[in-house]
Design a protein around this ligand. Structure first.
Ligand code: IFM
Length: 448
């Protein structure tokens, strides 16, 4: 019989969403255009030419989102604020109606007993800033600081948890190198590394905005994706995976300088002439101490020693289960994300800020959605998380990605990750089996 796994008292259970993926209202009440509005409106850029113009229409249905989380027994909600809704041109004039929307959402959360965890940037850069160079320019990080100050002044009487930046490696690499995300650029490595650097700078400035203007004791952290696991526990593979976290373009380039006070020499060597330009002052800002690390866990590279003092990626087993996005199901990745972050990044508090899976699901003849593969996925990842916590990892909460089926970037509505089905016509949110699974788990605060 499977063992019962208890979570600690006060454990944070929530759902995570992002403004562009959920809100809709892309032109409502004075919102400015974002790079995702522009990109998704170019034919051929997203699956089926889908876009987030309406999506779950949370701009009008936020009360339904909150009610769904309350039904599931959650005690927190991680959502992002749309920069161009609040500052249509990215800097300068603020949009009173946009700011008021988040007042309503925050108040509704608090009324329902949901602690707001606010992401300041989940990829919807104001188009006006992209027109001036976007993340290629330090000016964007400075504009982000002013935007962050505005948010903190406005909401910190009610918001205590802030994540300035979400998943920098993804929006930088997919948006500025591979060109498959907005703004669809394919830059040189030198420019890409500069974008990464500027995103780190923005994060540090966001943290400083919270420190300087928060009206109550508040905490900050980054939400970071892509965590590698070692191929085995051998000393050589463990050393190889550490090297990945120090020097890789997805690993070492981001968390290492933030948490350990500067780029690792192995990263600078790897980047060579393509390393970003930076000043000592930049590095100080980037290393501003955070209170927690947010880990977004889906899957990650499996790393082994290459026999020459370096590392190599080994493929997952051929028969590994895959989600409809073709992502391998690797629950051990959760265990290692937590364990290695604790070890290498000097963190004393962690949240799983995203975890979820796309599977094909549909309403059956009984009117229900039996997404049993997704339930199995959650069970296996939560078990791995619990194992790390049993070994002492300071994990304080878990956010499922995501609440409702929504727009998932270049795969549009082709992949579903919600624990609630969204009726895009009526706006109705219908619980899937996975939502019931969370309701049970949260109620008992244990698995099994
Ligand atoms: O939907 C995304 C989210 O915006 C960032 N993390 C991965 C999710 C699944 O693709």
């Amino acid at each position: 019989m499977a063992k019962t796994m208890k979570f600690p008292k006060g454990f944070v259970w929530g759902a995570a969403t992002a403004a562009y993926q959920n809100e809709g209202g892309w032109k409502a009440d004075g919102k400015g255009p974002s790079i995702w509005d522009t990109f998704s409106h170019i034919p051929g850029k997203t699956f089926n030419n889908d876009n987030g113009d309406i999506s779950c229409d949370s701009y009008h249905h936020y009360k339904d989102d909150v009610a769904a989380m309350k039904w599931a027994g959650m005690n927190a909600y991680r959502f992002s604020i749309s920069w161009p809704r609040v500052m249509p041109a990215g800097r300068g004039r603020v949009n009173a109606k946009g700011l008021a929307y988040y007042d309503r959402l925050i108040d509704e959360c608090l009324k329902a007993g949901l602690e707001p965890f606010v992401t300041m940037y989940h990829w919807d850069l104001p188009q006006a800033l992209e027109n001036k160079g976007g993340w290629r320019k330090k000016a964007t990080a400075l504009a982000f600081h002013d935007y962050a100050v505005e948010l903190v002044k406005r909401y910190s009487d009610r918001v205590r948890n802030w994540m300035p930046i979400n998943e920098a490696p993804i929006f930088v690499h997919a948006g500025y190198k591979a060109g498959i995300h907005a703004p669809g650029a394919k830059e040189s490595w030198k420019v890409v590394n500069q974008c990464a650097h500027n995103s780190l700078l923005a994060h540090g400035l966001g943290v400083r905005a919270v420190r300087a203007y928060a009206k109550q004791k508040s905490e900050t952290g980054i939400a970071h994706p892509v965590f590698a696991s070692p191929a085995s526990r051998s000393a050589a593979d463990m050393k190889a995976v550490e090297l990945w976290y120090q020097s890789d373009f997805l690993g070492g380039q981001f968390l290492w300088p933030m948490c350990n006070g500067g780029y690792h020499k192995a990263f600078l060597k790897r980047a060579g002439k393509d390393a970003p330009d930076f000043t000592d002052e930049d590095m100080e800002v980037i290393a501003t101490k955070n209170d927690f690390l947010g880990v977004n866990v889906y899957f990650g590279p499996i790393i082994a020693a290459d026999g020459k003092g370096g590392y190599k990626e080994v493929p997952p087993p051929d028969d590994v289960q895959r989600t409809s996005m073709h992502w391998p199901v690797l629950p051990d990745c959760m265990y290692w994300a937590v364990k290695l972050s604790e070890k290498l990044f000097n963190v004393d508090k962690l949240y799983v800020t995203e975890n979820g899976a796309s599977f094909v699901d549909t309403i059956l003849h009984d009117g229900k959605i039996h997404d049993l593969e997704r339930v199995k996925f959650f069970r296996s990842y939560l078990r791995a998380l619990h194992r790390a916590m049993q070994e002492g990892a300071p994990v304080k909460g878990y956010f499922v990605w995501t609440l409702c089926d929504n727009f998932d970037w270049n795969s549009g509505y082709g992949d579903k990750l919600g624990i609630f089905y969204t009726d895009m016509v009526t706006g109705n949110r219908q619980p899937k089996e996975s939502a019931r699974f969370f309701r049970e788990t949260i109620k008992k605060n244990r698995l099994g």
